[in-house]
Design a protein around this ligand. Structure first.
Ligand code: CS2
Ligand code: MG
Length: 405
């Protein structure tokens, strides 16, 4: 069997997705997600111009060799664009291998470790009451773990809380330039403890609560926040501080027992090596699409397992359903799986394009039993929703200084 053709699709059913389809001479094909929000066309060009020509004629079953060829072989290692491109190829090859073996991918990884995959849903709100009302609705739908985010009074916009806008694209209107948001740590601290105090009062002790800081705090501020939230028993505090310098987390860890999670922007195991081996975090949140595919996600999971770190893959709306499927296979297998972020199975247009049979019930997702990843891609439907240039926002402090978004 050889790789006969590789097609790259960029469609926008509400938001942009980059999809790779590897077609073999046997007719079997595989699908992968290469979406990099705000930089989609860079990955598409990388795949089209630099990757696809090198893979035509190769054995699609040599997943490991192709991964090494695209990572080690090119000299220019790592980086978000490169790793999203490698990720999509890797996912598509696992999909093909599963179809050849007539087994779902989780079986190829080592088989089932659990009956279903625990999810956490997003409860966002324009104020604390609104957030808690939304949380109650999700609890009513059976969710047992919730990420709580509430707008910060006095700020124009707060990450994770879009008010009446359905996504960041709508926030940009017809002028596709990065929207500008503001940040003030003092105003945030004045809100955040009340959010969790009220949450425990109204939602009780049984529901798991999580919170995303989206890298807005310095390490010492993160340490203070972790301590402040200890009485409310979070499942984890996500992205408290940027960890380009992984040592940042030593300071945070020394001061708090609130569990810590990070990793949604990481491209390789090297980005989290020190965090994991020094047990500075509790959950690693890498995504198959941004960390180079299923092959390295499996390595990260095994490495993390040695240090009592669990996996909690990123599950934002800017990862395609193909990535979510890949995560469900990894999560069904990984002995140290923790929890999966979940924002629904996509809008109506997405459901016409990405065809899948994932079941979500009572806050758990159940992986497809179809051979491969168990997801299909409707090319004609995708063509109806062409690419639209768009950006993630940037963030500034109130004096105008550019801050982490
Ligand atoms: C967020 C993401 O889901 C999350 O945890 O941090 O929504 C993130 O902002 C986007 O994926 C950025 O592309
Ligand atoms: Mg996040």
């Amino acid at each position: 069997m050889i790789i006969k053709d590789i097609k790259i699709f960029v469609c926008s059913p509400g938001r942009n997705f980059v999809t790779v389809k590897i077609i073999t001479d046997s007719g079997i094909y595989g699908l992968g997600d290469a979406t990099l929000n705000g930089r989609e066309m860079a990955v598409s060009a990388y795949l089209e111009e630099h990757v696809a020509p090198c893979l035509i004629g190769r054995d699609p079953q040599a997943i490991e060799d192709i991964w090494q060829y695209l990572y080690r072989g090119v000299y220019w290692r790592r980086g978000a664009v490169t790793m999203a491109a490698i990720a999509a190829i890797d996912m598509a090859l696992w999909d093909i291998k599963g179809k050849i073996a007539e087994m779902p991918v989780y079986q190829l990884l080592g088989g089932r470790s659990r009956k279903g995959v625990n999810l956490y849903a997003h409860a966002n709100g324009s104020d604390i009451t609104d957030t808690l009302n939304n949380a109650q609705k999700l609890i009513g739908q059976g969710f047992k773990a919730l990420r709580l985010q509430s707008a910060v009074p006095g700020l124009k916009v707060t990450y994770g809380v879009l008010g009446d806008k359905k996504d960041y694209y709508e926030q940009q209107g017809d002028r596709p330039l990065p929207p500008e948001e503001d940040w003030c740590t003092t105003k945030y601290f004045a809100m955040v403890e009340d959010l969790f105090k009220e949450a425990r009062k109204h939602l009780g002790d049984k529901v798991h609560l999580l919170h995303d800081v989206h890298s807005r705090l310095t390490p010492v501020e993160s340490a203070r926040l972790g301590k402040l939230l200890e009485p409310y028993n979070l499942l984890f505090l996500e992205d408290a501080s940027i960890a380009e310098n992984q040592d940042n987390y030593k300071l945070i860890r020394q001061h708090t027992t609130t569990p810590l999670a990070i990793g949604e922007t990481y491209n390789t195991i090297w980005d989290c090596k020190d965090l994991i081996q020094n047990q500075l975090i509790d959950y690693i949140r890498t995504a198959a699409t941004h960390a180079g595919g299923i092959t390295p996600m499996r390595r990260i999971a095994d490495f993390a397992n040695m240090f009592n770190v669990r996996t909690a893959p990123h599950g934002a709306p800017d990862l395609s359903p193909i990535c979510f499927s890949a995560h469900l296979h990894l999560n069904t297998w990984a002995p140290n799986f923790g929890i999966q972020e979940y924002v629904g199975l996509g809008n109506e247009q997405m459901q016409q394009i990405f065809l899948q049979d994932i079941r979500v019930e009572e806050g758990m997702a159940y992986v497809s039993e179809q051979p491969g990843l168990g997801i299909d891609f409707n090319e004609e439907a995708a063509q109806q929703y062409p690419y639209k240039r768009s950006y993630l926002p940037v963030s500034r402090l109130e004096d105008g200084t550019l801050w982490h978004w």
